[in-house]
Every structure is written in structure tokens, then in C-alpha cells.
Design a protein around this ligand. Structure first.
Ligand SMILES: Nc1nc2c(ncn2[C@@H]2O[C@H](COP(=O)(O)OP(=O)(O)O)[C@@H](O)[C@H]2O)c(=O)[nH]1
Ligand SMILES: [Mg+2]
Ligand SMILES: [Zn+2]
Length: 311
């Protein structure tokens, strides 16, 4: 039997079969993925074979080849990896300009990682009801324009007032989307808005033990009323732990990559080289300085160092 993995608790995997029924399957032991130890070789979004061999529970057998997947290190120094989700149509990053502040570096690292994973990314600026000053208003307008121009779909919304919710519904409709973002930006609130019977816990992590509320620390797929699904990964920073090759980083900043065609040297790192089209574009303002700083942060370079020109 074949089915879609809709939940993975670590030891148990819930699979939805073609007829709509679900079965709980056991995992086999630790498998290997491209030579890396992987604590959960099966992820939400995987299409798997379910094998019932007459044991106490069916087991997950073969995994269909994935279109893409998102992986993270189980912990900072660990060699073990965890696959967060597979076969995604897009990854939605929820960000806020206030309460809390999401940094552009965080946004750009997320976007670069999504590029590296081959997952289209979308930005949802939540809590626009808190954008009450001219300064925040201007900042929001600039960021929406910046990312849209690079080619990322953007929306401005409020899970509290419902503003922009239809834009989000439209973006998610019929697609399998991963929802990411720093703690407190409103991911759970957005899920509750989109999936009225989800009853995901909103607010502080320390309030986890209310009866009847979700206390999930595992990925779960939630069907959207209008078709499509969102994958919720509570307590997991799904992105940001990828190991980039230095020479590849620019590939994951589309507008930087495009302009780097004009660099004098093929192996230009866009940090100090003569004839660097990227540095010229940053100076002219054709590449946003915040994007360039994020690029440098992934290269692990200090913007105050080394450059042939002060900006
Ligand atoms: N003002 C405002 N508050 C929001 C909005 N969305 C969520 N919140 C609040 O922000 C806090 C964190 O929300 P939550 O959904 O738990 O964020 P999560 O950690 O990303 O899941 C809660 O107090 C929510 O009520 C919004 O659009 N506007
Ligand atoms: Mg939450
Ligand atoms: Zn260059």
C-alpha cells in the first residue's frame, strides 16, 4: 500500500492511504542517507510504501524519490540529521517588523537556504496591525518592494484582524507549504486562522500543558479547507543550518547572481576583487545593502573589513 506521511513523532509515522484512511506505522531502525546518519529518514510529505508483515504494527518500507526536502542537524554539533519535510511546493517564512523584530539577515539566510533546497519561498509579513508609526510603515513598504522585485511572492497580513488573510489563502491554495519563522511571529495564530479546527496553541512555549491543546514537537501536515496543506514544525527552526560552499553562496541570492555575470573574474567572491560588478551594484544601490550584508554573513565576512570601497 502506498500513502502520504502526514505526521512523524520520531518513533511512529502516520500515513494517509489513497482511500483517505490513516495508519500508524513503526519506523525501522536508523537508516543512512547519503552517508549521513539520519534520525528520521522518513519525513512529513514523503510518499511511502506501507508494509504489513503481521507484526504488532505495519512498518514504513520504500520511500518514493523526493522532489526536494529540508534537512537540519539534530543539534548544533551533532552529525545526526533530521529531515523536516519533503516534496514541498513552497516554504512560507512568517516575519514581523515589531514584536518581535525579524532581522533581514534571518530573512535572507532563510531565502538562500530555500534556494539551495530548491524550494520556492514566500514571505508573509504578519502583525501589520502593529505597524502604526511612519517609520515602520516605510520600512514595511521598502521590504515588500525589495523582496518582490527579487522575485519572491510577498504578502502583508494580520492574523489578529484577518487583514491580508485572503491573500495568504490564495498563495497556499492547492499547494503543500511549509510554515517557518521565529518564535512569536504568529505561526500558530495563522494556522488557527486558516484551519479552524486545528486548535494549535498560541503564545508562550511555557504554556504547553493545557488539556486538549496541541503539545506537538513534531512535524504535522494540516489540510486546508480550500485544498492544499500546510506543514507545521513547532519548536523547529527548519532553516539556517545548511553548510554552504563559499563559492556557491552567490548562487542563492538571485539578484546578486544575475549581476555577477559582469564580474571580471569567474571566481569573484564579490568582497574585494577589482572589476566586481556586484560591488559596483551595491555602491549604486542596485543591490540592497541589507542583502549584501546577509550575503557576507553567510560567507562569514565582516562588512566593515576588506572592501575596496567604503559604502
Ligand atoms: N497584534 C498581533 N498579534 C499577533 C498577530 N499574530 C499573532 N499575534 C500574537 O503574537 C503572539 C505569538 O503568536 P503565536 O501564534 O503563538 O506565534 P508562533 O510562536 O509563531 O506560533 C501571540 O500573543 C499572538 O496572539 C497579529 O497579526 N497581530
Ligand atoms: Mg507556535
Ligand atoms: Zn564580483
Amino acid at each position: 500500500m502506498k500513502g502520504l506521511v502526514i505526521k512523524n513523532t520520531g518513533s511512529w509515522v502516520t500515513v494517509r492511504l489513497d482511500d483517505g484512511s490513516t495508519v500508524n506505522c513503526k519506523m525501522r531502525g536508523v537508516l543512512r542517507l547519503k552517508g549521513m546518519r539520519c534520525t528520521n529518514p522518513v519525513a512529513v510529505g514523503d510518499i511511502v510504501q506501507v508494509e504489513d508483515k503481521g507484526g504488532d504494527a505495519p512498518v514504513v518500507g520504500a520511500i518514493e524519490p523526493r522532489r526536494n526536502y529540508i534537512i537540519r542537524r539534530a543539534s548544533n554539533l551533532s552529525k545526526e540529521f533530521q529531515i523536516i519535510a519533503a516534496n514541498l511546493d513552497q516554504a512560507v517564512l512568517v516575519v514581523t517588523l515589531t514584536n518581535p523584530v525579524t532581522s533581514t539577515t534571518f530573512i535572507d539566510r532563510f531565502l538562500a537556504t530555500a534556494e539551495a533546497y530548491n524550494v520556492p519561498a514566500v514571505l508573509a509579513f504578519n502583525k501589520v496591525d502593529l505597524i502604526t508609526t511612519d517609520e515602520l510603515q516605510q520600512q514595511l513598504g521598502e521590504l515588500l518592494a525589495l523582496y518582490q522585485e527579487i522575485g519572491y511572492p510577498v504578502i502583508a497580513m494580520s492574523a489578529t484582524t484577518g487583514a491580508g488573510a485572503d491573500d495568504l489563502r490564495q498563495l497556499l491554495s492547492g499547494k503543500m507549504s511549509l510554515l517557518s519563522g521565529n518564535s512569536g511571529v504568529g505561526k500558530s495564530s495563522i494556522i488557527n486562522l486558516l484551519v479552524p479546527d486545528a486548535h494549535v496553541r498560541v503564545g508562550d512555549v511555557s504554556h504547553t500543558h493545557h488539556k486538549g491543546m496541541h503539545t506537538t514537537t513534531f512535524s504535522e501536515l494540516l489540510d486546508l479547507p480550500g485544498g492544499g496543506a500546510i506543514i507545521d514544525t513547532p519548536g523547529v527552526k527548519a532553516f539556517g543550518t545548511i553548510d554552504f560552499e563559499r563559492a556557491e553562496v552567490a548562487h542563492y541570492f538571485p539578484e546578486i547572481f544575475k549581476i555577477s555575470d559582469g564580474c571580471r573574474f569567474n571566481n569573484c567572491t564579490h568582497t574585494h576583487e577589482p572589476g566586481c560588478a556586484v560591488l559596483d551594484a551595491v555602491e549604486r544601490g542596485d543591490i540592497a545593502y541589507s542583502r549584501f550584508v546577509s550575503y557576507l554573513s553567510i560567507l562569514d565576512e565582516d562588512p566593515n573589513n576588506k572592501y575596496r570601497k567604503p559604502f
